[in-house]
Design a protein around this ligand. Structure first.
Ligand code: PRX
Length: 652
């Protein structure tokens, strides 16, 4: 799905349009296309006034002096303001009737349930914030969170935000090496983890991975461990402490720090086009503002809603749309720890029925898996509580969109296909469900305040339905501020590819109605099941194995995952190409990066096809991986015989 051409083909013929249901529009926060256009016009004519008006929705200790200082490519939003994210997500609700409203309804994979009201969540967060302080964490320090999807993860985030510690969440599927590198890059002082978590009926151990990682992380002094699975773990005296024990040693009084608008809220690592992941830095006020507004607008969130975003908090979707956006809106959030097909493929539908979920947000890769498992699973359940469906993470093919609409939404629920990135912090292009007619496969139009466009590589505008590069022409409040420790890379990656605009790394086209159709990545980033992986990252992992001389990694379209990773590998002279070695290399990548990076397929080759300047011709490899053949210009190939060998291999 991530190949530009396959998406152009799959979407060009799509001409179905679905108007927002009248009953939905009547009750929506934004009720008509005219209202949307008014907001968009206001934002584009006077952006500072627009964002200032919007920022009134947050609770400030002190209002800002300036809305935006833009010293390209560096933005300072709401300078002079004092604010706290944890205060906005918790304390402000305590003064209202929401005090005893459910904030989190959590289900563990084995089936246990825990519910926290806003008051209860506030208490737990304050206590954990005091634990952090007790272990010497101060405003500005970094804290690593490597945890399963349990309430303590949300508590730890909010506790960090409360005292001004910057959190760095590392998805629980990453390996010890990945964890170590991320901890070291950010210089984290403390790690919060758990003994393990549950996934598809099996325990995913986390603490042993932390033990291995922290052997080489000099900055880490303390590790706090949640008891989740009850498995035996090593507790290093002086360094490791059980959450349930240390939480008893503190009280629940912890006022939220009055932080600068630009105080660093979190770092989240994401793959880029080199072997080293980028630490995307988000700050406080601007990030919160857009997470808050987009949650309210795009999910049309109301107090009566029961909202469920299925993302793991280890990814940006979980940051913005499991925790910060919904809680700042005072929503009731469902959290589920485990797999969608445990114990059976109807687990999600069971959860929707049990908790009467009304707004549901998931990924196209999950929808394609549901289609494969069969509609008998959702049909067994009462899904009438649903009123809105969302997707994120990759382009959704119109077939999956229609299935989602008909089988899950019964034709009643608007679908919001939301385009955004770790870097953008919040949704950028997405329908407003009461206002925007939707087209299957299109993320529709930019949200008010977002100036998105499609350009050629040289920065010229493109006409309707012409493919080009997706760019953002104006700074926005929740934009990344830099790459942690590497501002040069920040400039080079996002602000130098096309002069004067933010380069998203996605291909797109805009149709005659101004609707955006995202066509997937245009760089060496692969989107596997909605998660980003750099080809270079996987290549570096392969090359770190003693048997491998050289490796090239490409994406092959995959029915469920969107893209699958295919690796072409040249071995060191003395090594034999065997099936056993293939397996070993796949395991090696999983160990180096994490299971999500394990190649679907490994192909051995004597050499890799290269241009005269020595660049690997990935386009050719992609074609070979996809179709077996090669078309197009090959005159720049260094050695034609290489191609023949790869092809022969394909025919075997
Ligand atoms: O290629 C786009 C794709 O996911 C990339 C961002 O990945 P990540 O930073 O991991 O964040 C994922 C969750 C926001 C984008 O560059 N992408 C995300 N949403 C969509 C999408 N592609 C098409 N349509 C979407 N709705």
């Amino acid at each position: 799905m991530s190949s530009v051409t396959s998406n152009i083909e799959s979407t060009l013929h799509e001409d179905r349009v679905f108007a927002p249901p009248e009953t939905f529009s009547r009750g929506a926060h934004i009720r008509s296309a005219e209202e949307y256009e008014r907001l968009r016009a206001e934002a584009s004519e006077s952006p500072d006034n627009f964002w200032a008006r919007m920022a009134e929705e947050l609770h400030w200790f002190k209002k800002w002096d300036t809305v935006l200082k833009w010293d390209a490519p560096h933005a300072e939003w709401f300078g002079g303001g004092k604010i706290n994210v944890s205060d906005n997500c918790l304390d402000r609700h305590l003064e209202t009737w929401r005090r005893n409203k459910a904030a989190l309804i959590w289900e563990g994979e084995p089936g246990e349930q825990r519910t926290f009201t806003y008051l209860q969540l506030h208490t737990e967060v304050c206590r954990f914030a005091n634990v952090l302080k007790r272990f010497g964490v101060q405003t500005g320090d970094r804290v690593a969170l490597y945890m399963p999807l349990i309430p303590e993860l949300a508590m730890a985030m909010l506790a960090c935000a409360r005292i001004g510690a910057t959190h760095s969440i590392i998805f629980g599927g990453f390996s010890a090496d990945s964890l170590r590198d991320r901890i070291n890059d950010a210089g984290c002082k403390l790690v919060v983890t758990a003994d393990g978590g549950w996934r598809r009926g099996a325990e995913v151990k986390l603490k042993p991975t932390v033990d291995e990682a922290v052997k080489e992380t000099p900055s880490v002094r303390t590790c706090i461990v949640v008891r989740r699975t009850g498995t035996r773990v090593h507790i290093e005296a002086g360094r490791d402490h059980w959450w349930h024990e240390v939480i008893e040693t503190v009280d629940a009084h912890c006022p939220a720090e009055e932080l600068d608008s630009e105080h660093p809220l979190y770092i989240l690592y994401t793959s880029g086009t080199t072997g080293k992941p980028k630490g995307i830095l988000h700050t406080t006020a601007g990030y919160l503002l857009q997470a808050h507004l987009t949650t309210k607008w795009v999910f049309d969130l109301k107090d009566e809603d029961t909202y469920w975003c299925t993302a793991d908090i280890g990814w940006v979707t979980g940051h913005s749309y499991v925790v910060y956006g919904p809680l700042s809106n005072g929503a009731t959030v469902v959290m589920y720890e485990g797999a969608p097909n445990y114990p059976e493929p109807d687990r999600f539908w069971r959860i929707i029925e049990r908790h009467r979920v009304s707004v549901f947000y998931t990924a196209p890769t999950a929808i394609r898996a549901f289609i494969k498992w069969g509609e008998q699973w959702p049909l067994k359940h009462d899904l009438t509580s649903l009123r809105l469906l969302g997707t994120v993470g990759e382009p959704i093919n119109p077939e999956a969109w229609m299935w989602y609409r008909e089988i899950i939404g019964k034709g009643r629920c608007p679908i919001v296909d939301t385009w955004w990135q770790t870097e953008t912090g919040a949704m950028m292009i997405a329908p407003l469900p009461g206002a925007t007619p939707t087209k299957p496969g299109s993320a529709t139009k930019p949200l008010p305040g977002i100036e998105a466009d499609v350009m050629t590589r040289s920065g010229a505008p493109v006409g309707p339905n012409e493919g080009g590069y997706l760019v953002i022409k104006r700074p926005w409040p929740s934009m990344l501020r830099t790459i942690w420790g590497d501002d040069e890379r920040y400039r080079a990656t996002y602000w130098s590819e096309i002069d004067g605009v933010y380069f998203a790394g996605d291909g797109a086209r805009r149709d005659a109605d101004g609707y955006f159709w995202i066509m997937g990545r245009v760089d060496d980033v692969i989107n596997v099941s909605g998660h980003r992986l750099g080809t270079m990252e996987v290549e570096s992992a392969l090359v770190s194995h003693a048997a491998v001389a050289e490796a090239a990694v490409v994406a092959r379209p995959d029915e469920i995952k969107g893209s699958a990773i295919i690796a072409f590998v040249t071995l060191e002279g003395d090594r034999k190409a065997t099936d056993g070695l293939k397996e070993e290399l796949r395991r090696h990548v999983a160990k180096e990066i994490g299971a999500l990076a394990r190649p679907e397929e490994i192909r051995f080759s004597d050499q890799l096809p290269k241009t005269r300047s020595g660049k690997i011709m990935r386009r050719l490899l992609r074609e070979i991986a996809t179709s077996g053949g090669v078309q197009g210009d090959v005159t720049t190939l260094e050695d034609f015989s290489v191609l023949e060998k790869l092809r022969v291999h394909e025919e075997e």
